[in-house]
Write a protein that binds this ligand. Structure first.
Ligand code: FES
Length: 116
C-alpha cells in the first residue's frame, strides 16, 4: 500500500460536498510520496478509485473534479477517452477495455465520506 494513502477511518469530506451524481478528487502527501484518489457518488452510495488510468497511468480528470461523463453514468479518462463502470471500475470502452481501475475502499458514516 502507498504509505501516503489515508488510513481507514480518515475523514475525506461530507457526502453533501459531492454532487449527485458526481465525483471528487483527493490528494494526500507523506514526505515525497503522493496518493491521488477520487470518490464517485450516486445517491447515498460511494465508490472510490485510485486516480491512475490503467492505459497510460495518467490522472483521469485533467480539470477539477470532472471524472464522469456528461450523463454522469460512467467514469471518463480525459486523456484518451477510456470509459469505466462506476460500480466496479471496469473499462468498457477505449484503449484499456477490459482492465479495471484500482479500487480505493471508502464508505459513508454519519453523512461523512471516510477511507475504509
Ligand atoms: S491514459 Fe486514460 S485513456 Fe489513456
Amino acid at each position: 500500500m502507498n504509505p501516503a494513502q489515508p488510513a481507514p477511518g480518515a475523514r475525506l469530506c461530507d457526502l453533501a460536498d459531492i454532487a449527485d451524481p458526481g465525483a471528487k478528487g483527493f490528494m494526500f502527501r507523506l514526505e515525497e510520496l503522493l496518493f491521488a484518489g477520487f470518490v464517485v457518488r450516486r445517491g447515498d452510495a460511494v465508490r472510490g478509485y485510485i486516480d491512475r488510468c490503467p492505459h497510460a497511468g495518467m490522472p483521469l480528470a485533467l480539470m477539477g473534479d470532472r471524472f464522469l461523463t456528461r450523463e454522469g453514468d460512467l467514469i471518463l479518462c480525459s486523456s484518451h477517452g477510456a470509459l469505466f463502470r462506476i460500480d466496479d471500475g471496469l473499462c468498457v470502452a477505449g484503449p484499456c477495455a477490459g482492465r479495471p481501475l484500482w479500487p480505493w475502499p471508502v464508505e459513508v458514516v454519519g453523512g461523512e465520506v471516510r477511507a475504509a
